[in-house]
Design a protein around this ligand. Structure first.
Ligand code: GLY
Length: 361
């Protein structure tokens, strides 16, 4: 079974990837945690689909774990839900040696991760990501957060999990739209770091869409390995980690303006299309490389435009991007396929023109 390790000073975080490997969750847990007292924080839908199997996989290690479910959707990443989790940790008398097991996608991982980061100044966290997006991105690297005042991820902490268990078998029950949205983050890794991987995705579209575990295991492994290496060099996002933000500058702004009508991955797909057009304008990408990206996103069924009633809102949302300096948005752009860096400031009219092509009024 593939294992990827995030190596940080004085700590490591293993990521086990397989198909059906959640059956051994209890055994895996016993190897890292002396206490089995804590909370399972689970996405309500994921728990309906997989809770029975995960409880069986936990076996005796699950006896001291109370289950709290969280409604799917970005609105659950709130201080209110965080307080609810702290209430549950208090009620179940979870001490400093306790743990939180997050079962779900990015929303649950971020929320449960922040609960674990704050409880007694930090207790053990285990991630069992149940979406493709979480397996390749949000469950890896230790970022946790909730949204506040309409600003995404503005209250958060870095808190590395003791381990991540990625079982691609759990992806079989994902809604088609959610699964495809996760593929956008997969494409991102090819674009920012690995041209050969990008070409493998181009060849494997049918098998990817069929959720073939024989392809998904190496794909999740490759994405996790790329992210683990970047996080190992730059955990706190002082530099290189920002390249993981490719497609996210325009993507986050479009996602916020669409008010829940775009999945995160769909917004990232739009953001990557926009970023590629900006890169082409700067001479960083050829037309043919941009076409390769757009054609792969098309074949994966990812959107090329979004309908927005108030397109002007998107520009206003850009000011909340974490990369803003001197009130100017900054973009991670790719140089061809397989390498990325932060671009020099881009003219506001150019940004507006690119956005106009991504928005249907
Ligand atoms: N999702 C981007 C990061 O973890 O840095």
């Amino acid at each position: 079974m593939p294992r990827v390790v995030v190596r940080l000073p004085g700590r490591t975080c293993p990521i086990d990837i397989g198909s059906g490997n959640s059956d051994s969750l209890g055994e895996r847990l016993r190897r890292v945690s002396s206490s089995s007292r804590g909370l399972i924080v689970a996405d309500a839908r994921a728990w309906r689909c997989h809770g029975g199997r995960l409880q069986a996989g936990l076996g005796r290690a699950g006896r001291g774990l109370a289950v709290v479910t969280v409604l799917p959707g970005e609105r659950s990443k709130s201080l209110g839900q965080l307080e609810r989790l702290y209430g549950a940790l208090l009620r179940h008398e979870v001490g400093r040696d306790g743990l939180v097991v997050a079962v779900g996608g990015g929303v649950v991982g971020d929320l449960a991760g922040l609960a674990a980061a704050g409880w007694h100044r930090g207790i053990d966290l285990v991630m069992v990501p149940t979406t493709l997006l979480a397996q390749v991105d949000s469950a890896v690297g230790g970022k946790t957060a909730v949204n506040f005042g309409g600003v995404k991820n503005v209250i958060g902490a870095f808190h590395q999990p003791r381990f991540v268990l990625s079982d691609v078998g759990l992806l079989s029950t994902l809604a088609d739209r959610d699964y495809r949205a996760g593929l956008a983050e997969v494409v991102k890794y090819g674009m920012i770091a690995d041209a050969a991987f990008f070409a493998r995705l181009e060849r494997g579209v049918d098998r990817l869409l069929a959720r073939d575990p024989a392809l998904l295991v190496p794909v999740v492994t490759r994405c996790s390995r790329i992210k683990a290496a970047i996080v190992g060099r730059d955990e706190r996002e002082a530099g290189e980690r920002i390249t993981l933000n490719f497609g996210h500058t325009l993507g986050h702004a479009l996602e916020a303006a669409a008010r829940g009508r775009l999945r995160h991955g769909e917004a990232v797909a739009l953001g990557m299309r926009g970023a590629a057009r900006l890169a082409e304008g700067l001479g960083w990408m050829t037309r043919s490389d941009r076409n390769r990206l757009e054609s792969l996103l098309d074949r994966l069924g990812l959107p090329a435009a979004v309908r927005l009633a108030q397109p002007g809102v998107v520009i206003a949302k850009l000011k909340y991007d974490k990369k803003v300096r001197n009130r100017q948005p900054r973009f991670v752009l790719t140089r061809g396929v397989g390498s990325a860096s932060v671009a020099p400031p881009i003219n506001a009219s150019r940004i507006r023109a690119v956005l106009a092509d991504l928005i249907e009024a």
